[in-house]
Design a protein around this ligand. Structure first.
Ligand SMILES: O=C1C[C@@H](O)[C@H](O)[C@@H](O)C1=O
Ligand SMILES: [Co+2]
Length: 297
């Protein structure tokens, strides 16, 4: 086990953003995938604009790229477990056909992620009954994921009911470790709790997928002061690629290696592509990974 067990990918979110589909709309699938090859990554996650599996697989094969996984907005609390299961089957079928490894799940009931609300002070909180329903539902979805050869990895997220470390603790304690794993997103936990090490140390055994997202601290403080929404915060540049913000990824990466982490690390930095050139930032990330994490420039 070691560095050879880690696959490095980069998310389409620097090129096009599912939360605001109009930005970066000029970036085609072919352009994105070719940029990923130029920047030296092995794969990516599925973006909302990606085509049917047959078309996608051809473009991936031409470039020797792989798919790690895809985001799934669950509404277990709002719609109930049966409805969530139905939608998740479809999601997993797509992932199975593109040979993915993980299904990224985030409960979006009451989420303020796509609204104008202050993401720093107006996040939702689930009731005890809602927590029970969510955890039971996730166990069910996790079993479905296994049927398709996938792992369900839960994405804690700003502006949702599972954002802070105590909320992630609660989710981990009340779900089955055989079926519900954790996606560790450095940027989301840093903006939420101003720390990203505690979560890693505490739940390293459950972490089966990683998003490396860096944070510009000064911009984070300004966004907080101005009470910005999630989307206005990222459009203001709160997030960036590893090596360009305030997070020290060397410590985090070492911790993952020490615990024989096996799986993907995805560089994920949502920024406005008309301000932050996607390939330029992908190359900044790759240089940082090579020089500071892998020590081979
Ligand atoms: O993994 C992610 C997927 C996005 O849709 C989300 O908004 C972003 O912040 C993220 O971390
Ligand atoms: Co993420």
């Amino acid at each position: 086990m070691g560095e050879q067990d880690i696959l490095w990918g980069i998310s389409p979110i620097g090129w096009r953003n599912d939360d605001i589909p109009e930005i970066g709309a000029e970036n085609t699938l072919q352009h994105l995938l070719s940029d990923i090859v130029v920047a030296g990554f092995e794969g990516t996650e599925v973006g909302g604009f990606f085509p049917e599996p047959k078309v996608l697989n051809k473009e991936l094969k031409l470039r020797n790229l792989k798919i790690a996984g895809r985001w799934f907005s669950s509404f277990i609390i709002r719609d109930g477990i049966e409805e969530a299961k139905r939608a998740f089957h479809q999601h997993c079928q797509y992932l199975y056909e593109v040979h993915a490894d993980v299904a990224v799940v985030s409960e979006q009931t009451y989420s303020i992620q796509g609204t104008d609300k202050n993401v720093f002070s107006e996040k939702p909180h689930f009731t005890d009954a809602e927590w029970t329903q969510l955890c039971e539902g996730l166990n069910e979805l996790g079993k479905i994921a296994v049927q398709y050869g996938l792992k369900l990895v839960y994405h804690h997220h700003m502006g949702t009911g599972v954002q802070t470390l105590p909320e992630i603790d609660r989710l981990m304690e009340n779900t089955d470790a055989n079926y519900v794993h954790l996606l560790y997103d450095t940027g989301h936990i840093y903006v939420s709790d101003e720390d990203c090490q505690q979560l890693l140390n505490k739940h390293i055994d459950r972490i089966k997928h990683v998003h490396f997202k860096d944070v510009r601290k000064k911009i984070m403080e300004e966004c907080k002061k101005e009470g910005k929404s999630f989307m206005n915060s990222f459009l203001s540049g709160i997030f960036t690629v590893p090596g360009d913000g305030c997070i020290d990824f060397t410590v985090l990466y070492q911790k993952l290696l020490d615990h024989q982490y096996k799986g993907w690390i995805i560089v994920e930095a949502e920024q406005d592509p008309s301000i932050a050139h996607p390939l330029e930032y992908a190359l900044i990330a790759r240089k940082y990974i090579n020089e500071k994490l892998l020590n081979n420039s």
